[in-house]
Design a protein. Structure first.
Length: 154
């Protein structure tokens, strides 16, 4: 590629650096608001499913996971406390993979090819890199330093 084209690509990518974390948060936020809402409205079935997976304290875990997914999805949409929410959802996805996906998988490739692994990777990214420039974390970072961006991408 020519040097001019490379410079143009670099300039453009610098101008839209705010977009990838925003898109990631919106897609994950909507997905997990819907998933959490569904679980909240079908708690007996979720609790039974958790019992079938031998998850301890299924009666406590089901509403807790439903709330984390629903409220966490809303917070991701706003970009509020993104690193904390993403870290909680990393845990949710890790347990989902360990209890529901891994036992029936035909190997590592089957696990890594599943949507749960994609969610896990996306949440790790948000936990490490934060919400990005278009977020409440960014706006409130002046007043609440714990929310302040710490990476170049923010």
């Amino acid at each position: 590629m020519s040097t001019t084209l490379m410079k143009r690509i670099a300039t453009l990518s610098g101008r839209v650096r705010w977009l990838p974390p925003l898109l990631l948060r919106v897609v994950l936020g909507v997905t997990f608001v819907k998933a959490g809402w569904g679980k909240l409205h079908h708690l007996p079935q979720v609790e039974q499913y958790f019992r079938s997976l031998h998850i301890p304290a299924a009666g406590v875990q089901a509403p807790m996971i439903a709330a984390i997914e629903f409220v966490g999805g809303l917070m991701l949409l706003a970009g509020l406390a993104t690193r904390i929410v993403a870290a909680l959802l990393v845990g949710v996805m890790a347990v989902a993979i360990y209890t529901a996906i891994w036992p029936d998988a035909d190997g590592v490739a089957a696990v890594l090819g599943g949507v749960e692994a994609i969610y896990l990777a996306a949440f790790v990214h948000l936990a490490v890199n934060g919400a990005g420039a278009v977020s409440l974390d960014r706006a409130l970072g002046r007043f609440l330093p714990a929310l302040a961006p710490t990476t170049v991408a923010d």
